[in-house]
Write a protein that binds this ligand. Structure first.
Ligand code: AMP
Ligand code: GLY
Length: 440
C-alpha cells in the first residue's frame, strides 16, 4: 500500500514507523527534516504541511492510495477534503469533522445537543466585556481556553495558573487583544480528579479502543508550571491505569461512541484516530477535550506495542470497514520527552543534539525524533519538543528504568526533561489522589 504521511513530529515518526513495519511504502511531507521519518520514507517533501496544493500535487505525482495526517493544523485547513477529491482515501477527518478539535465550542455544543454524558458547564464569548459579566455572576472555579487551536498551550486553570478575578480577566483580555486561537474564549467549569487519555480508531461508525495513557501537560516536575503539548506519558501492561476501573473506562468509551454517532447524524462522520482527554472525577469521566488525531506524546506509547498492521488499520478507518481485532502487546511503556530548555515559556532552539539509537535499543527503549531539523549536516533542536524516548517492558517500573537508562544516550547542552514521569512515586501520588477524592 502506498501511503502519504503528513507531519514531522514525534507522533508522526511513531506512525511512520508503524506503517513501515506493516509493509507500507511511505511518501512523507513535513516542514522540518525529521531524520526518523526520512529514513523510513521512499521519498519526502519539505514544505508547510498546510500548503494543500503542494501536498496534493506530491501525493498525486507519487500515486499514493491512502493518507495518514498527524497534526491538527492541516486538518483545520481541509487537507483531507482536498486529498479525497483526488481519490486518495484518508485515515483522518475532514475539515468539518475536525471541528471536534478545532473549535472547543463546537465540541461542547455537540455533546450538549445530543445529551451525551461527561460534559462540563461552559460559556462561549466573543468579547472580554461579556466574559467579565459572566465571571462576576459565578461562584465556582473555571478554566479559560481560547476556542481555536493553540498547540496545547493556551489553557489556564483558576486555582493553579489564575489566582484572582483580576488575573483571570487579564488573561481573557490577553486572548482577545492578541487574538490567540482566533475564535474567542470559552470558560469551562473546572473538573477535579485524575486525567487520562482514551484514544479510539474510528471508521465513521465503529470505534476500537487503544490502551489508556496518562499524559503530563505541566512543564515542570511535580505537575507545576505552564501547560505544554505534553512532557511525557505512560501506559500499563493491562492497558488500564492504576487509578481507574474497567467500568469507568467503559463510560469514557461510551462517551466517544456517542460522539461518533452524533457526528454521523450531523452529516460530518468522523474517520481516523479520535483522542479523548478525560478527567476522572468522583462522578465519572468528564470531557476535557476531544482531538481529531493521535495524542502527542501518547502515540509514542501505543504505536510501538501495536501488533496489528497499522497500514491495515488505516485502510479500514479510511474505507469504513474497521473490525475489532486490533491487538496491542501487554507491555507497559514510559515516554519522556526531551524538550528545549525554556519550553513552555520561551524555548532556546538551534542547539546541536545527538542520539545513539543503537545504545537506546540496548536499554529496552525506542526513540522518536520530533521537532528537530538538519542544519549544515548537524541535528539541531527546534522550539518545540525535540526527542521522545520510550522505555518498554513487562512492568511500569522496568519501563521507567529503561527509559531513564536510554535518556543518557541523548546529548545536548540546552534541554529539559521531566524525570518524574512514570516513577513509582508520581504514579502512587495519582492513585492516592483518586482514593482521597473517592472517600471524601
Ligand atoms: P487542554 O489543552 O484542553 O487539554 O487543557 C490543558 C490542560 O488544562 C488539561 O490537560 C487539564 O489539565 C487542564 N484543563 C483543561 N480543561 C479543564 C477543565 N475543564 N477542568 C480542569 N482542568 C482542565
Ligand atoms: N498530549 C496532548 C495532545 O496531543 O493534545
Amino acid at each position: 500500500m502506498k501511503f502519504l504521511a503528513v507531519g514531522g513530529g514525534g507522533r508522526e515518526h511513531a506512525a511512520v514507523e508503524a506503517l513501515y513495519r506493516s509493509g507500507a511504502e511511505i511518501y512523507s511531507v513535513m516542514k522540518n527534516a525529521n531524520p526518523g521519518i526520512i529514513s523510513k520514507s521512499k521519498e519526502y517533501l519539505l514544505c508547510d504541511e498546510k500548503n494543500i496544493e503542494k501536498v496534493c500535487a506530491f501525493a498525486k505525482e507519487k500515486g499514493v492510495e491512502y493518507a495518514f495526517v498527524g497534526p491538527e493544523a492541516p486538518l483545520e485547513v481541509g487537507i483531507v477534503d482536498a486529498l479525497e477529491k483526488e481519490g486518495i482515501k484518508c485515515a483522518a477527518p475532514t475539515k468539518a469533522a475536525a471541528r471536534i478539535e478545532t473549535s472547543k465550542t463546537f465540541m461542547r455544543e455537540l455533546v450538549k445537543k445530543h445529551d451525551i454524558a461527561g460534559n462540563l458547564g461552559f460559556a462561549h464569548f466573543d468579547n472580554a466585556k461579556d466574559a467579565e459579566e459572566y465571571l462576576k455572576g459565578i461562584d465556582h472555579e473555571i478554566v479559560v481556553k481560547p476556542v481555536g487551536l493553540t498547540g496545547g498551550k493556551g489553557v489556564k486553570v483558576q486555582g493553579e495558573h489564575l489566582h484572582s478575578f483580576a488575573e483571570t480577566m487579564e488573561y481573557i483580555n490577553e486572548i482577545f487583544d492578541n487574538n490567540i486561537g482566533g475564535a474567542g474564549v470559552i470558560l469551562e467549569e473546572r473538573a477535579v480528579g485524575e486525567e487520562f487519555t482514551q484514544m479510539v480508531f474510528v471508521d465513521g461508525k465503529h470505534i476500537v479502543p487503544l490502551p489508556l495513557v496518562q499524559d503530563h501537560k505541566r512543564a515542570y516536575e511535580g505537575d507545576v508550571g505552564p501547560n505544554t503539548g505534553g512532557m511525557g506519558s505512560y501506559t500499563d501492561a493491562n492497558h488500564l491505569l492504576p487509578f481507574i476501573t474497567q467500568d469507568e473506562r467503559k463510560a469514557a468509551l461510551s462517551i466517544l461512541q456517542n460522539i461518533v454517532d452524533a457526528m454521523a447524524e450531523e452529516g460530518c462522520p468522523y474517520r481516523g484516530t479520535m483522542y479523548g482527554q478525560f478527567m476522572l472525577t468522583v462522578n465519572g469521566p468528564k470531557i476535557i477535550e476531544i482531538n481529531a488525531r493521535f495524542g502527542d506524546p501518547e502515540a509514542m506509547n501505543v504505536l510501538p506495542i501495536l501488533k496489528t498492521g497499522f497500514a491495515d488499520i488505516c485502510r479500514m478507518m479510511a474505507t469504513g470497514t474497521l473490525t475489532s481485532d486490533v491487538e496491542f502487546e501487554k507491555k507497559a511503556t514510559v515516554c519522556k520527552y526531551v524538550v528545549p530548555r525554556g519550553y513552555g515559556v520561551k524555548s532556546e532552539s538551534g542547539h546541536e543534539i545527538s542520539v545513539d539509537e543503537e545504545a537506546i535499543k540496548r536499554c529496552g527503549a525506542t526513540v522518536y525524533y520530533a521537532n528537530v531539523d538538519m542544519k549544515d549536516g548537524k541535528l539541531v533542536t527546534g522550539t518545540s519538543r525535540s526527542i521522545g524516548v520510550i522505555g518498554i517492558a513487562d512492568t511500569l517500573e522496568e519501563a521507567e528504568s529503561n527509559c531513564e537508562k536510554a535518556l543518557k544516550h541523548v546529548k545536548c547542552d540546552a534541554i529539559a526533561i521531566r524525570h518524574d514521569i512514570g516513577t513509582r512515586a508520581l504514579v502512587q501520588k495519582r492513585v492516592d489522589h483518586m482514593k482521597a477524592l473517592r472517600s471524601a
